[in-house]
Design a protein around this ligand. Sequence first.
Ligand SMILES: Nc1ncnc2c1ncn2[C@@H]1O[C@H](COP(=O)(O)OP(=O)(O)OP(=O)(O)O)[C@@H](O)[C@H]1O
Ligand SMILES: [Mg+2]
Length: 415
Amino acid sequence: MSNKRSAPIIAGLDIGSSKVTVVIGQITDDSKLEVVGLGTAPNVGIRQGVVVNIEATTEAIRKAREEAELMSGYRIEEVLVAVSGSHIKSFDSKGMVAIKNKEVNHQDVERVIEAAKAVAVPNDRVVLHVIPREFKVDGQDGILDPIGMSGIRLEASVHIVTGSSTAISNNLKCIEKAGMKSAGLVLEQLASSLAVLSEDEKTLGVCVVDMGAGSCHLIYYIHGSVAHTSVVPVGGAHFTHDIAIGLRTPQIAAEALKVKYGSAMATLVNDQETIEVEGVGGRKARTLKRMDLAEVIEPRAEETLQMLYADLRNSKIMHQLGSGVVLTGGASQLEGLVEMGEFMLDLPVRRGVPGQVGGLSEVVKSSAYSAAVGLLLFGLKEKKFTKANSAKEEMIAESINSFGSKVKNFFEGLF
Ligand SMILES: Nc1ncnc2c1ncn2[C@@H]1O[C@H](COP(=O)(O)OP(=O)(O)OP(=O)(O)O)[C@@H](O)[C@H]1O
Ligand SMILES: [Mg+2]
């Protein structure tokens, strides 16, 4: 591990519909990322990525922050924030500029991206990302890095991701009320993809589906760059709701049954196995077959995968997904979902967990933390470091200050 006092740090905040996560990373001397703190708190203040209760969300952010700070020994003030939800819209755009000195340099690339960005974005939307897809130099296409190439005309195809200003300003309001500032906004599924994909998968073509509580967030990569993003409005909470109705049990019990015994495919379940199901409104618990639970979950899993298949078809790039689909996010942990996915999506499917990090990697090794860990990897790539604020040092400084002022007050009181 690097020396705590001098190491730059990055913090990420994922405000999900089921939980808020704060993760803190430290950059080592050889520019690697080490996770040093994680905090989570349940949240009921978000629906489909949009804040519906400012107080509840602020409180959840505060709790998650405190936990992560305690674990890491750092105090954080700035966080990279994951943004998602039905308000996100993305589209493609193109730009063209003349190459100034007949050889493409950084300024030419910046100018052509600016030109592609100059499309009319309505006032009520904020641009989150302008992601270059490919460049053309004098009509020659398929160029990923044009710097140093000779030519007269430089063109860029970019993918622009925008979000609703109102939805985003409500997120920022909660973060500020919790005593922090945003260091930048990152599309949730973009962050998740950084945590779970290999470079080979991006080159071969792949779709990452971050399956959250409220919705599935998708990002498509073709030839190594982002080609498309979308949202499918179904997630883990719909499964829990079905179980609560189907087995007549409270939501909390339904959630616990899903996580512990749930399966997307009834055929994977031993038909002799039984489970205890809590009754509603003080009714007695019943013993049911685990198969009954799977039979409630299976149609919802099928419907979810059908909706994902429709999104893959609509993207018109499904045939270019050589590496298939990577399922991540908390809801992807349902047993049997990957197997059913392979069958229903007709593509190779695997589950993605965050890799490529050191430190407390075992603590964050869950699909539910892909977006949070991805925020740190985004910060590392974009060099969004903040000053290391050792909480211990600050606390000592605070107590010295307060001791100092007490002494001052004492002497002032004497004269
Ligand atoms: N082992 C498991 N099996 C099935 N589902 C699970 C499991 N663990 C967690 N989930 C489900 O995952 C969902 C939460 O996922 P996640 O933490 O990624 O959501 P979120 O980020 O809060 O939501 P969103 O991204 O939609 O805003 C919940 O619906 C939860 O029930
Ligand atoms: Mg999420």
